[in-house]
Ligand binder design. Structure first.
Ligand SMILES: [Zn+2]
Length: 491
């Protein structure tokens, strides 16, 4: 009897181990075999000067709703026209709502769907108490200590200049794409893109143009972002989390604090918020399986085994990943309580209390699902809640990492940056890409830049800067991407 039981246990163990080994072997991907290339010859210093000239155009919105400063944009447009004469001679340029720009580089095969390379022209301000802390002023476009300094050098005038510089150099060589290549330079990304890229997306849809691929800002070659992986990984954003701001309101009995009701509006609201925070949205470990699949052999063996066998190691992965804030946000829709209001006098019970929570939605969790979750978590009819007008959008569709557009992009990353694993992920923040989901199924967010610890938090922060040599590399990247995506095959 005992021996039969032992045999059964042994059989289960052996079977489980076998399944694990087979699944791991199938999950593992060897390092890419793409050969690194020298790329188009680039004068780093000259590119740095062009970026510095773009930084000097203060394309900061003049108010919170994103009203552009006409002078700054005309100055930038002028600079672009003077610096890139061949681009302006050979490409068709369309101006949308005064400031946004679309360039059309006609391919020799008119039947192929075009591709779109994007960058926004606007930047955030550098005002307030941070201004004094800049090593070099944010809008002077200083080149010093091997860097170009200033607002927009990382977000994302580097990309704007990178694209234009690459096109100019290719035109000097007489290059012409097979596939039409579009450049899309919005002017109000930082404030939602409603008069820039939103309109560009609508115009493309009206003209019945569908795009074979888009590359916009995001991701990059990052170290230490994927938990457990130390080396650099090229992360390509294949989706963006959704956004939902919800307002909570409780009406209570007002009165004097000497004779309070059993429960005040503040008490009811506080209890509801505490319940909401204590009940986060469910975890979806499988959502980041493609990320670790892309990282492949660069991840430690135990992680390869675990992600290949989520059926077995799901609970372990869940506990481990939720301990890292960034990974936690990558595997679930997050809840953040951000504003609370109620009461003005210390001796008066207020008639109302309200609060705001901001949710970021994982693809698959819709706004309706989150609202239902809130209702279940709070379980209190006295607490009224609803989405705040204009402050919500669903997560964006996940673009495939098994199509020519993605493979071509991965190849170019390998050609320019060497043997670095390329992996898909969902961006936690938003980009202008949201305005193109109707005209493109293959949308990728990748900024061709090695972002190590030194650059963390510099975007939108103090001392934003980019190494001169990295700017040169970005030009090589775009020149190569244009040549690869510009073909019929895209790979
Ligand atoms: Zn940006």
């Amino acid at each position: 009897m005992l021996s039969t039981l032992l045999y059964v246990i042994l059989a289960i163990l052996i079977t489980t181990t076998l399944i694990m080994v087979v699944r791991t072997a199938r999950f593992q991907r060897s390092k890419g075999s793409v050969e690194q290339i020298e790329g188009i010859p680039v004068d780093d210093q000259q590119v740095a000067e062009h970026l510095a000239a773009a930084v000097r155009c203060r394309t900061v919105p003049v108010d919170a709703s994103g009203t552009p400063d006409p002078q700054a944009f005309y100055q930038l447009h002028q600079m672009m026209a003077e610096t890139y004469p061949l681009v302006h001679q050979h490409l068709k340029r369309e101006v949308i709502n005064e400031y946004s720009l679309v360039y059309i580089w006609k391919g020799s095969h008119a039947d192929l769907d075009p591709v779109l390379l994007m960058a926004h022209q606007d930047v955030v301000s550098a005002e307030g108490d941070t201004l004094a802390n800049w090593t070099y002023p944010p809008f002077e476009g200083c080149i010093a200590d091997g860097f170009v300094w200033g607002r927009g050098t990382l977000d994302i005038k580097n990309q704007l200049i990178g694209i234009l510089e690459a096109a100019e150099l290719l035109l000097q060589q007489g290059y012409r794409p097979e596939r039409t290549i579009l450049f899309g330079f919005g002017h109000d990304e930082e404030t939602g893109g409603n008069t820039g890229c939103k309109v560009i997306g609508q115009i493309l849809a009206e003209r019945s143009i569908s795009l074979a691929g888009i590359v916009d800002e995001g991701g990059g070659i990052l170290a230490g972002l994927a938990a457990g992986v130390r080396g650099p990984v090229a992360l390509v954003g294949v989706s963006e989390k959704g956004y939902l701001t919800v307002e909570f309101k409780v009406h209570g009995e007002p009165g004097h604090s000497s004779t309070p009701p059993r429960q005040t509006a503040i008490g009811i609201l506080a209890r509801a918020l505490a319940r909401l925070e204590a009940r986060p949205m469910p975890v979806h470990v499988r959502h980041i399986r493609p990320l670790y699949h892309g990282i492949g052999m660069a991840a430690p063996l135990y992680l390869q085994v675990a992600f290949a066998n989520v059926w077995l190691f799901g609970p372990f992965l869940k506990r481990w990943l939720t301990a890292h804030p960034e990974m936690n946000a990558s595997i679930r829709s997050t809840t953040a309580l951000t504003i609370i209001r109620g009461g003005v006098e210390d001796n008066t019970v207020p008639p109302e209390a309200s609060a705001i929570a901001n949710f970021r939605l994982l693809p698959g969790d819709t706004i309706a699902v989150v609202l239902w979750h809130i209702k279940k978590a709070i379980k209190d009819e006295r607490v009224k809640f609803s989405p705040v007008e204009g402050k919500y959008n669903e997560a964006l569709p996940v673009s495939s990492s098994d199509v020519p557009a993605y493979k071509g992009l991965s190849k170019v990353i390998g050609q320019i940056f060497g043997d670095v694993p390329v992996a898909p992920y969902t961006m936690l923040g938003g980009t202008d890409c949201q305005h193109f989901v109707k005209v493109c199924n293959h949308i990728y967010r990748f900024t061709s830049l090695v972002m190590d610890e030194r650059f963390r938090g510099l975007e939108h922060g103090t001392d934003e800067r980019i190494p001169v040599e990295a700017m040169g590399k970005m030009v090589k990247f775009y020149a190569q991407l244009i040549q690869v995506w510009g073909t019929k095959e895209m790979v």
